[in-house]
Design a protein around this ligand. Structure first.
Ligand SMILES: Nc1ncnc2c1ncn2[C@@H]1O[C@H](COP(=O)(O)OP(=O)(O)OP(=O)(O)O)[C@@H](O)[C@H]1O
Length: 725
């Protein structure tokens, strides 16, 4: 259409649009449609606003006007939808700039913010003038952090948190992020590094070049008609359309090899992984195959990824992506090669018992079942060692006790006999399946050296996938990584991993570099939580005090800069004398919250038995209860109850974590490793701490933590003392 135009919508504009009535939202959509078709349509009444060359207004309906920024020729940006009375009021209210750091277009409505702050009446009883919040920083420093220039005068005037919040409600994203970080006491250099640098433009910024600026990721716009229509029809959630510029950069960046995105709970890692899949899918040649693998640790997480990917890109996108949890993928590989011999898979936590049975049955003495189980799981299967020689050479960094050559020889022989014994009983473990799958995939690749996508003697050989995207990467084992590495040819955009080692809840510790997954130099971190309030975050972080976490690649990682813009009440911490009394506290708390049964509330406990008992207590109180199983909650409504492991990947409005008592969190049974295997003891303890951390970071608005008897050692005395009424 030669008289059509481009019209995109600025992120901030949609907030205003959403406040309109459904009829007016419909009018906005109609307007955009007409405008794109022909901006000169007389009914639209497009005109420049007095005194400004770029700002224009157009008619949406009888009450509303669209405020547009003219980018170039027939390219416009919808920056606001205002009541007609407001648009002509005062043009000096609006300021638009290309941000000097991000290169993105920012439009600031100075009016309402100015009104409420500049026109603020200082209470007469205030004797000393309140200190401006950002007095410690010069204008230049704030601009260097990327704060929006037109807002500087008002920022200078801020003296209270309430004013800051009011201003930030309308400020551009980077300004909000920076001021919050400074307000939270983050040092200037840290803010620069954690908040500003990740969204800094890669190219040189010309402050007058709006045409280039509108294309930069920092200008958060939506241009896709369908997405817009769906959003206006309220079917879409915000994340499906607007990524934070930091997230978008990570999604769209080309990588020369495997890349990893870390970050605390709720920072949008899964969202980034999903958008990355969509981004990669857009570049695929047409076809009916599934060249992208999207995988995660367990079944319910994989099901959730499928639902979310469907919401993001519909069937068309989902049809190009293989979405499967990692153990199922491994068993598929094994089944395809007919390499499993029809064995039944048993859970890995049965391994110590199986070893004990084996030792008794074979009359072996001199070795401890627990030790052998751990050696087999972590060293032999964990590192995919398939020969005695490899085992002799293997490093055993996670193991407490060293082994002589003779001992290693004995262990190797015992594990060979043990695996035969398992086979004779028709069973094997998930780790064995993963190891077999890794071996099969590695052999498949090795059979075609240097011919990963070309003709070879064996016929046409292709790696299974073009791209592999992994969520919850912290929980995968070495065998999983070896399998994945062999499934995709090394090269640009081959692997994209998201995960957080603070949330590792299975005993898998790896160094990716040693497994052929080289993420060094391509590792980034998200720091802004979209899920949890600052109050919940602060207490959840306190639970993690004193622990050191790895970065999946031999280094350390922390949660520095992890923050939230959401605010709410402080979590409740309360102790009871007995478990029965604690359950009464749970019932009482749910009453205080108005006994919501719409699936917005959950209760989390350390063990299955406790879950059963809590369910009984709630049912006795007349509440409908839904247990969270391996595939997630069985129904959406009701009060959800489950053990801590089940909460990974879930989100609730309010949550109770009960049973956070000594002997339960961490588990009593790990004490037996304290002297016999101190490294293992540390690992298990860290894992239990992570479980509590994961649970504590699921609720969005409110959290209550209960215990009976002595509180868990993970609850600091500050938290425990909080429980005074
Ligand atoms: N750009 C965004 N805009 C709005 N909401 C977002 C955005 N990014 C993430 N969210 C929301 O934040 C919440 C957490 O996102 P997500 O599950 O991706 O986080 P995560 O980092 O994977 O969390 P966890 O580590 O706890 O699993 C979700 O409700 C998601 O919809």
């Amino acid at each position: 259409m030669n008289n059509g135009a481009t019209l995109r919508m600025l992120d901030r504009a949609d907030k205003e649009v959403m406040k309109l009535t459904r009829a007016d939202i419909g009018a906005v959509y109609e307007f955009m449609h007409k405008f794109r078709h022909n901006p000169e349509n007389p009914g639209l009444n497009l005109k420049a606003l007095n005194g400004d060359s770029r700002l224009m207004s157009a008619r949406v309906n009888k009450d509303y006007r669209a405020l547009l920024l003219h980018i170039v020729e027939r390219d416009y940006l919808l920056v606001a939808v205002k009541h007609r009375g407001e648009v002509y009021d005062d043009l000096s209210r609006y300021a638009y700039r290309i941000n000097r750091i991000t290169g993105g277009i920012e439009v600031v409505d100075l009016g309402p913010v100015g009104d409420s702050i500049i026109g603020r009446v200082v209470p007469p009883e205030t004797e000393t003038a309140p200190q401006p919040l950002f007095a410690a920083y010069t204008d230049r420093q704030l601009l260097e952090l990327g704060v929006s220039e037109p807002l500087l005068p008002q920022i200078r005037d801020l003296t209270a948190e309430a004013e800051l919040l009011e201003l930030l409600d309308r400020a551009p994203q980077l300004t909000t992020d920076v001021l919050f970080a400074l307000f939270d006491g983050t040092p200037y250099d840290e803010v620069l590094r954690q908040v500003t640098d990740p969204v800094r433009a890669d190219d040189r910024i010309d402050p007058d070049d709006f045409e280039t600026a509108v294309e930069r990721p920092a200008t958060q716009v939506t241009s896709d008609d369908e997405a817009l229509q769906a959003m206006l029809g309220e079917a879409f959630e915000r994340w499906q359309i607007f990524l934070h510029p930091t997230q978008r950069k990570l999604v769209e960046r080309p990588y020369r090899g495997p890349a990893r995105v870390g970050g605390g709970p709720g920072t949008g890692k899964t969202i980034v992984a999903l958008h990355r899949v969509a981004h990669l899918a857009r570049q695929l040649p047409p076809g009916a195959d599934k060249p992208i693998l999207l995988t995660t640790f367990n079944r319910n997480l994989a099901a959730d990824l499928r639902t979310r990917l469907m919401a993001l890109g519909g069937q068309e996108l989902v049809s190009r992506v293989d979405i499967i949890n990692i153990d199922r993928l491994a068993s598929r590989v094994v089944a395809e090669a007919k390499s499993g011999g029809g064995r039944r898979v048993v859970d890995d936590n049965q391994v110590p018992d199986l070893w004990a049975d084996f030792l008794v049955e074979t009359g072996e003495t001199g070795w401890d079942a627990e030790f052998l189980a751990a050696e087999w799981t972590q060293v032999i299967l964990g590192q995919v060692l398939t020969s005695r020689t490899d085992y002799f050479k293997a490093r055993r960094p996670q193991r407490g006790r060293s082994l002589t050559r003779v001992e290693r020889d004995q262990v190797w022989q015992l594990t060979e006999r043990f695996t035969n014994w398992l086979e004779s009983r028709g069973v094997w473990t998930w780790r064995q399946v993963a190891q077999r799958a890794a071996r099969l995939e590695m052999d498949r690749t090795a059979a075609h050296p240097g011919s990963l996508s070309s003709e070879s003697s064996g016929g046409f050989y292709r790696p299974r996938y073009r791209h592999v995207v992994v969520d919850e990467a912290q929980d995968l084992s070495a065998a999983h990584w070896k399998m994945l590495r062999a499934m995709v040819a090394p090269g640009p955009d081959d692997m994209f991993l998201t995960g957080d080692t603070h949330q590792r809840i299975y005993d898998n510790h790896v160094t990716l570099g040693s497994l052929g997954v080289h993420i060094r130099g391509r590792s980034s971190r998200l720091t802004l939580s979209y899920r949890t309030t600052r109050q919940i975050l602060a207490d959840a972080l306190e639970i993690m005090t004193g622990e050191v976490y790895d970065d999946l690649d031999g280094g350390e990682e922390d949660l520095a800069g992890y923050r939230s813009l959401l605010r709410g009440s402080r979590p409740t911490f309360r102790g009871a004398t007995t478990w029965a009394q604690e359950r009464d506290l749970v019932v009482e708390q749910l009453r205080d919250w108005g006994r919501p049964t719409d699936g917005s509330v959950a209760v989390c406990v350390p063990t299955r038995e406790m879950a059963t008992e809590v369910i009984a207590s709630l049912e006795a109180d007349g509440l409908p209860v839904v247990e969270i199983g391996p595939d997630g909650p069985k129904e959406p409504d009701g009060v959800h109850v489950g053990t801590m492991h089940r909460f990974k990947g879930l989100e609730y409005q309010r949550m109770i974590i009960a049973g956070v008592a000594d002997g339960l969190v961490p588990r009593q049974m790990i004490n037996r490793f304290r002297d016999t295997d101190p490294k293992r003891y540390q690992r298990e303890r860290q894992r239990d701490r992570s479980l509590l951390f994961v649970a504590a970071t699921r609720p969005r608005d409110e959290l209550a933590v209960f215990w009976h008897g002595t509180p868990s050692p993970f609850l600091t005395s500050r938290l425990v003392q909080r429980h005074q009424p």
